[in-house]
Design a protein around this ligand. Sequence first.
Ligand code: ASP
Ligand code: MG
Length: 420
Amino acid sequence: MTTVVMKFGGTSVANVERIRNVAQHVKREVDAGNRVAVVVSAMAGTTNQLVGWVRETSLLHDAREYDAIVASGENITAGLLAIALQSIGIQARSWQGWQIPVLTDSAHGAARIIDIPGEKLRERLDSGEVAVVTGFQGIEPNRNRVATLGRGGSDTSAVALAVALRADLCDIYTDVDGVYTTDPRVVPKARRLSRISYEEMLEMASLGSKVLQTRSVELAMVHRMRTRVLSSFTPPDEIPAAHPDTWHEIGTIVCDEDEIVEQQVVSGIAFSRDEAKITLRKIADRPGVAAAIFGPLADANINVDMIVQNLSTDGKNTDMTFTVLQSDLVRSLEVVKSAARDIGHFDVESSGDVVKVSVIGIGMRSHAGVAARMFTALAEKGINIQAISTSEIKISVLIDRAYSELAVRTLHSLYGLDAE
Ligand code: ASP
Ligand code: MG
């Protein structure tokens, strides 16, 4: 018997008609004899509206109340789906985070799941009942308050539940039919990948692809939970019920790299416009300076991504460039300027007119020259590189925002990713 967790995002449950469509996807699995738990998001737009109401009431709001409010969107969809299932003859029950319970830490608004005791739900599934679980929320046991996992957190709820239920597959239903080599709106020749490794998907998610929440991929990777991305807009009878023989036929499976037969050197191109660049000029070149800058940034919970430091020409001063999220720019500048008090004067420049473009592929581990080809191709188009960062399976460059699309298209063809 196959155990499957099916997660449906906001556009998949946007109204009652779409919820009935979800019920048909669930029915297909139940009819095939699969054990099914469903995780739902709030109806499209609901969470934004709830967040808006909180901010309108007070910009400086209590995080526990924020969570109590924004978690409510998922409660509605879970109840509606349970009713829609019951009305087509399927035994179903809704579950809010606290009822399972989905236990979290106390970081309200960005909580992490600590544990999901799965026995109660497993018994229900054994008895043939479908469990419909609210995504995005859990309970913080010390104060006994509802906690939410951060925007897009329902993906993480689904993977965590799949792990707790020891599911064979975690299906993430969304409004696109899989993971693409890059954003098809930028490159119409982008191709759907039938398989992608956990490591690559993690890079894709954290480098700007918005299909899956980064934390959900981390969790899937740690627990080796096979996770598939597919569309709820594909008619329910055109998708085979989850079964190991057929589950690779549709969507994109995020899986172990051993399961990927035709491995490309580069699997995808990601880009993120949510970047800002800060340059510190004529900063003292001596031990402790980097720590004096990046320590306070870390204390302020600001994630620094790319860092470039020049060699000093006079042995005293140097230039340093680094990137942060656009939304952290103002705060970062404040932190940096106050660091100047400790380490002496330097000039600060910043720009939000940049984009980070990344090429990703586990094939890079065993192929030389991937970066050199990238830099040559960009140079031929007259695109200047402002910063570079690499890991074992990715190369990122920071370039002028005006060149984003040209760069992504150029690299997509360069590495043979264009669809015929
Ligand atoms: N409803 C929540 C959000 O919009 C969680 C989710 O849909 O994943 O962020
Ligand atoms: Mg989402």
